[in-house]
Design a protein around this ligand. Structure first.
Ligand SMILES: N[C@@H](CCC(=O)N[C@@H](CS)C(=O)NCC(=O)O)C(=O)O
Length: 321
């Protein structure tokens, strides 16, 4: 765990001293957009045109943010067009590292990809990273934006028109994202990375009241936004599928398990059983990364053998609207 300062790697844990023990996630540093014609997206520089074989994803199978991008690559038929490199689940003093030298440059560490893009980069070295092989730089390291690029920029190339961010539903999708990101997606991290009792308890209370609200919503609604599966569901899914295996124990999110919420559990199973999704979920990487890498939280590095998860039994959601 660490960060780059003016292009030099420093092995440091998150600094929570300025924020009374609260974990505050740093904003992503590369925010360009890949578009149909290479025009600028909502922010960033022009020049990143959707082309087959030009872009590469660097991800961790453990990371919920990176997982979103792998899911959209699968859902949108992008596997033949965008390559993927998976980092080792073990993130130690040099940050994310490759199990074998990376296929583009032969690097050993993810921070070298960042300094290849910007030699004096300052910031955390996070995954996912969307890399442009043509201009040899990072297009984006912000998962919420990468999934929107994948949602529509390659439609002419793939012929896949499925839309997880339809115009008519954008306002409702944004409202769910704004609720789920701080309380649930980042909420589990705010529990796990808190360094004071107060910061932990506040994050914990927010997390479980958000899950209670979700449980009652999903009792009557098949997906977050009615009967339409949207990006908001996939953003939620990557946290839910890690919850019982990692967050309950490692991040002390232990008031209840997802398995104790009947509607959320059914919803989780339905999304897990959606075509091509189970193949994107790697519980070995998930448990190994969290329990073995965060030695400030779990100094022995012992990875628990359990729990048993039931993600394949019938989800019983088909009659909901
Ligand atoms: N805003 C980023 C967050 C990505 C992120 O924080 N990834 C974590 C892995 S789960 C990471 O790489 N952390 C390394 C670090 O903070 O040093 C996104 O959603 O893409």
């Amino acid at each position: 765990m660490g960060k780059l300062v003016k292009g030099v790697w420093h092995d440091v844990w998150y600094d929570t001293e300025q924020s009374k023990g609260e974990f505050i996630r740093e904003d992503a540093g590369f925010r360009n957009w890949l578009t149909v014609d290479g025009g600028a997206g909502p922010n960033g520089e022009i020049g990143f045109k959707a082309e087959s074989g030009r872009y590469h994803l660097f991800i961790s199978l453990a990371c919920p943010w990176a997982h979103r991008t792998l899911i959209f690559r699968a859902l949108k038929g992008l596997a033949p067009h965008i390559g993927v490199t998976v980092v080792s689940p073990d993130m130690q003093t040099k940050g994310w590292e490759f199990s074998q030298p990376d296929p583009l440059y032969g690097f050993d560490y993810m921070h070298q990809i960042y300094t290849q893009a910007k030699s004096d980069y300052t910031g955390r070295v996070t995954v996912p990273v969307l890399w442009d092989k043509k201009t040899e730089t990072i297009v984006s390291n912000e998962s919420s934006e990468i999934i929107r690029m994948f949602n529509d920029a390659f439609n002419d190339i793939t012929g896949n028109q499925q839309d997880f961010y339809p115009h008519a539903l954008r306002q409702e999708i944004e409202q769910w994202n704004e609720f789920i990101y701080p309380n649930i997606n980042n909420g589990v991290y705010r529990c796990g990375f808190a360094t004071t009792q107060e910061a932990y308890e506040e994050a914990f209370d927010n997390l479980f009241s958000a899950l209670d609200r979700l449980e009652s919503h999903l009792a009557a609604s098949r997906y977050l936004v009615g009967n339409t599966l949207t990006e908001a569901d996939w953003r939620l899914f990557t946290t839910l599928v890690r919850f019982d295996a990692a967050y309950v124990g490692h991040f002390k999110c232990n008031l209840k398990r997802i398995a104790d919420y009947p509607s959320i559990q059914g919803y989780l199973k339905e999304l897990y059983q959606y075509p091509a999704i189970a193949d994107t979920v790697d519980l070995y990487h998930i448990k190994r990364h969290y329990y073995f890498s965060h030695n400030m939280i779990n100094p022995t590095g012992i990875v628990p053998k359990g729990p048993e998860l039931d993600l394949l039994s019938p989800h019983g959601r088909a009659s909901l609207r």
